[in-house]
Design a protein around this ligand. Structure first.
Ligand code: BJW
Ligand code: ZN
Length: 254
C-alpha cells in the first residue's frame, strides 16, 4: 500500500463531518476470530449458509449448537486488536457511528476500555447480527447470557430456557431472518447522513448489511475500504487500502 492512498483516505476522513463505519469479521481476524468465507473461514466443510439458518437449527440443532459452542470457545479468549481500539478512540471523539455485522462483542470491549470508566456510548456499535454470547428462547423469546459450555451429546442436554423450559438458540440473526428493525433503521439513517462510509473487513456479500455503503454512495457520500482482498464493493470505493485492519486503522485514524 502506497502512502499516497493512505493520505488520500486520511484527508477524506479528516474532512468529513459524519462518518459511518461498517465492519465485518475481517476486523477481528487479527484477534484470532475466524472469518466466515475464504480459505481460513471453513468449519468442517460447511458453508455459513448451511449452518446459520433456522432450517438447519430445526433439522440438526445439535450440529448447529456444536458450531456455536466451538465458536464461543474460540472467541472467548480473544481481545480487541489495534484496529478495534483505533475505531473506539476515534468514535469517542464524536462524528462517527460504528455499525457491525460481528457478533463477537470486541467493539464493545474496546469502547469500554478506551472510555476508561467514562461514557462509552459513542463508541458502542449498532450490532446488526446479534451477539454470540447471548441465548434466546425459541418459544418465549427471553434473552439470557450464553457463556456456559454447551453439552451437545443429546437433544435433552442442549441449553433450555429458565422460564419456560423450551430450547434456547444463539441470539444471532440467521439467513432468512429479519434484522432488528430499530437497529437497521438507525444504521441506514447514519449511512444516509454520512459523508464517508469506512468499510472494514467484510466481503460485502450479505444483505441488508451490505446496503450500508451503497446508501452512503446514493446520497452523494464516498466509500473508503480496508480489506486485504478485492470485494464487490471495491470498484465503487473512492479509496481502497489493501492490508490488515490492525495495521491500517491506527495509521488511518491517528
Ligand atoms: C480482513 C482481514 C484483516 C481478512 N483485516 N480485513 C439481497 C440480495 C441477495 C440476497 C439477499 C438480499 N437481501 C437479503 C438476502 C438474503 C441473505 C443474503 O444476504 N444472502 C447473501 C449471502 C446472498 N440475507 C439474509 O437472509 C438476511 N435477512 C434478511 O434479508 O431477511 C429478510 C426478512 C425480512 C423480513 C422478515 C423476514 C426476513 C440475514 C443475514 C444474516 C447473516 N448472518 C450471518 C451469521 C450471523 C450469526 C453468526 O455469526 O453465526 O452473519 S452469516 C455471516 O455473514 C455473518 C456475518 O456477519 C456475515 C458477513 O460476513 P463477513 O463479516 O463479511 O465475513 P466474510 O468471511 O464473508 O468476509 C471477511 C472479509 O474480511 C473478507 O473480505 C476478507 O478479505 C477480509 N479480511 N482478514 C481486514 N486482517
Ligand atoms: Zn422460554
Amino acid at each position: 500500500m502506497g502512502s499516497g492512498v493512505l493520505e488520500e483516505a486520511r484527508a477524506l476522513l479528516g474532512g468529513a463531518a459524519r462518518v459511518v463505519v461498517l465492519t465485518g469479521s475481517g476486523i477481528s481476524a487479527e484477534s484470532g476470530v475466524p472469518t466466515f468465507r475464504g480459505e481460513e473461514g471453513l468449519w468442517k466443510s460447511f458453508r455459513p449458509e448451511d449452518l446459520a439458518s433456522p432450517e438447519a437449527f430445526r433439522r440438526v440443532p445439535r450440529l448447529v449448537w456444536e458450531w456455536y459452542g466451538w465458536r464461543r470457545a474460540k472467541v472467548a479468549p480473544c481481545a480487541p486488536n489495534p484496529g478495534h481500539v483505533a475505531l473506539a478512540r476515534r468514535a469517542l471523539r464524536g462524528g462517527m457511528t460504528l455499525v457491525t455485522q460481528n457478533v463477537d462483542g470486541l467493539h464493545e470491549v474496546a469502547a469500554l476500555a478506551c472510555a476508561g470508566g467514562g461514557d462509552a456510548s459513542p463508541a458502542l456499535p449498532l450490532e446488526l447480527h446479534g451477539a454470540l454470547f447471548r441465548d434466546r428462547c425459541t418459544r418465549c423469546g427471553r434473552a439470557s447470557e450464553g457463556r456456559r459450555p454447551v453439552d451437545v451429546s443429546s437433544l435433552e442436554t442442549l441449553p433450555r430456557c429458565g422460564a419456560c423450559g423450551s430450547l434456547l438458540r444463539p441470539d444471532v440473526v440467521w439467513f432468512g431472518e429479519a434484522l432488528d428493525a430499530h437497529t437497521l433503521h438507525a444504521a441506514f439513517t447514519h449511512a444516509a447522513q454520512a459523508d464517508v462510509c469506512l468499510v472494514v473487513g467484510t466481503s460485502a456479500l450479505v444483505y441488508p448489511a451490505a446496503s450500508v455503503p451503497l446508501i452512503t454512495l446514493e446520497r452523494g457520500g464516498c466509500v473508503v475500504e480496508v480489506n486485504p482482498r478485492e470485494t464487490p464493493l471495491s470498484p465503487r470505493a473512492r479509496v481502497v487500502l489493501r492490508g490488515g485492519a490492525a495495521e491500517i486503522l491506527p495509521a488511518l485514524l491517528a
